[in-house]
Design a protein around this ligand. Sequence first.
Ligand code: ADP
Ligand code: TRP
Length: 333
Amino acid sequence: MSKEIIVSGIRPTGNLHLGNYLGAVNNFIKMQYEHHCYFFIADYHSLTTHPNPADLHNNVKQVLVEYLACGLDPESCTLYIQSDLPQIPELYMMLNMHANLGELERVASFKDKARTQPNNINAGLLTYPVLMAADIIIHKATKVPVGKDQEQHLEMARTFGNRFNRVYQKEIFPEPFAFNYGNELIKIPGLQGGGKMSKSDGDGNVINLIDTPEVIRKKMSKAVTDAGATEPNTLPTVPVQNLFDIMKLVSTQDKLKHYQDLYASCSIRYGDFKKDLAEDMIVYLQPIREKISDIQQNENLLKKVARIGKEKASESANKTLKECREAIGFRSF
Ligand code: ADP
Ligand code: TRP
């Protein structure tokens, strides 16, 4: 298998949850041993919402800690903090000169914000896809592991890279495409009966990697089910199927089948089912939670990881920027 260049970023907005882990980070762990991977914490992207400085720092630290606890290995991948690379905003600025207002205004994520928060939109939000393109193409990435919601941004990264190549008549940037192992996109459902597990739907909808056993038991006791099956052998309702989907990932297949059979015979007791699922989640997440608390105390490790990541990512970014500067006509005397 030929090695791809892979780039992916995550905005530091709080703690990682089970959805982030099973849907994204878990895949990164595998990819890091098979490809050239650049994983970064997208703190420049956070600025669109004006976080306060202490929160921003703590959130970046927390994601770094949790990434390491999940098994990202800074020796096998390049793990860095976006704001450690001023090369990224330099490329962003260059790409901005060829980004048209109309195409940026048509981006779905921008249109949503412009509609729901018309008094709270800024140029950074408008040009978010340009910054994301810079993140990706600065390492000449060919593959980007992101969810479906990011497909339009990825298409724009291809557009901006191709446009730069065309304007300056140089084949600098290859086209980046979405990437998933086995083409299987998994969506981890939330605990409130519908939709995906997402922190934007409140803490009760997610199981965080740092949640203690007590917190997990409490959240699971409140997880939405239904009024109970009344007819045998009917398909589970969405909230119940959601919990089966989670059970499929954290419990044994025998246990899943046991509860599916109970459901099919209308004899499932949701209280027991949810308690059992909570205990399996606790066991599943325990090693990660323990690592998180160890790494959190280890400032020296974090410093070292950030420094090495910055060095490795800068090397790749500097190479690309040099080509771009030359192509544009910035030449040294
Ligand atoms: P959230 O929706 O909680 O704000 P993010 O949008 O920050 O999460 O997602 C970060 C990464 O985790 C993305 O790659 C995204 O595709 C993945 N991810 C988030 N929630 C889920 C989920 N419920 N199922 C699968 N993947 C998810
Ligand atoms: N926009 C992505 C999100 O909201 C995060 C992100 C920023 C990203 N830059 C990236 C993802 C580059 C992949 C590659 O989830």
